[in-house]
Write a protein that binds this ligand. Structure first.
Ligand SMILES: Cc1cc2nc3c(=O)[nH]c(=O)nc-3n(C[C@H](O)[C@H](O)[C@H](O)COP(=O)(O)O)c2cc1C
Length: 186
């Protein structure tokens, strides 16, 4: 009997300061450990997607939008992406907000990102918390962050949430589970 070929997955990321790349790397390692044939690329150097079934796209959020590289890539490659199993994640502050107002605000999808979702129709979309360093942030932005329920600064990433999301991708691709694997995070 011929073995079933591993599903091919491309994981493309757009980052300004590296936290989105770390998350993309984590997803890559998780999928590789489950037997996917995955490749990880900065979206500016995305590979030819011929033969790739699943495309995971991740972008940092800046000014309530995807990074320009991710937005341009999606718009330019929409006909190709439309025929594929696409999963999108963003990295920003929303999921780190706390309290009733913060949880509500954190669930809101910025208008420009909603427009991309409306074009792309990814099979799944999720938002992860990223990094927010206090230094260099204006008092006005800090006050707004506090008002919205942002209490913490620094590395706000939730690796369990990333692991769960990667697991849902692996499960949907029917990749075998391994009881011994525990992907290390940075
Ligand atoms: C100039 C700038 C603008 C940002 N704007 C937003 C925003 O509108 N919404 C949000 O949720 N996060 C925003 N952030 C937070 C970043 O998305 C977050 O820190 C993320 O971890 C950055 O990802 P990266 O390290 O991959 O660049 C902004 C950060 C910077 C530096």
């Amino acid at each position: 009997m011929t073995p079933t070929p591993s599903p091919r997955v491309a994981i493309l990321f757009a980052t300004a300061q590296g936290s989105t790349r770390d998350i993309a790397e984590f997803i890559y390692e998780e999928l590789m450990s489950r037997g996917a044939h995955a490749e990880l690329c900065d979206i500016e150097h995305a590979p030819d997607l011929t033969g790739v079934g699943t495309v995971v796209i991740g972008s940092a959020i800046h000014n309530m939008d995807l990074l320009p590289g991710a937005d341009a890539y999606i718009r330019h490659n929409l006909p190709t992406l439309t025929g594929k199993d696409v999963r999108l994640f963003t990295v920003g502050l929303g999921p780190a907000l706390r309290g009733p107002v913060g949880r509500w605000a954190g669930r809101q999808i910025p208008r420009k990102i909603a427009a991309v979702l409306g074009m792309l129709h990814p099979r799944d979309y999720t938002a992860f918390a990223g990094k927010y360093e206090r230094e260099g942030v204006s008092w006005r932005a800090r006050a707004m962050y506090r008002l919205l329920g942002g209490a913490r600064y620094g590395d706000l990433r939730d690796w369990d949430a990333v692991r769960r999301w990667a697991g849902t991708i692996a499960d949907s691709l029917e990749l075998p589970r391994s009881s011994t694997i525990d992907t290390a995070h940075p």
